[in-house]
Design a protein around this ligand. Structure first.
Ligand SMILES: [Zn+2]
Ligand SMILES: [Zn+2]
Length: 98
């Protein structure tokens, strides 16, 4: 299932870009997950700030991605399996090798 957020996706993208510029310059947190890319458009625009849009919404194309925050390292990742314990791939490997 793909959800599309209402109408102002273009202004969201501009907003993210303006924040990206500020974060590079002054530091701070991005409202999009770093290091994971939208399943639909392959862009790094997946929202993690629910004040902006629903978490998991791509601010580039509006597609909804199932993402979760890793309980161990705090990294966001694609949660394809919907596991009860939220671990990113590298943390899963870590526990497997223990
Ligand atoms: Zn997208
Ligand atoms: Zn992790």
């Amino acid at each position: 299932m793909v959800n599309y957020i209402s109408n102002n996706i273009e202004s969201m993208k501009d907003y993210v870009e303006s924040i990206r510029y500020r974060v590079i310059k002054d530091g701070g947190n991005m409202p999009v997950a770093s290091g994971i890319y939208c399943d639909e458009c392959d862009e790094e625009y997946i929202c993690i700030d629910d004040g902006l849009a629903e978490v998991g919404t791509c601010l580039n194309c509006g597609a909804h991605n199932d993402i979760a925050e890793c309980e161990r390292c705090g990294q966001y990742y694609h949660d394809y399996d919907g596991d009860e314990i939220k671990l990113c791939d590298s943390c899963k490997d870590y526990y497997k090798n223990e």
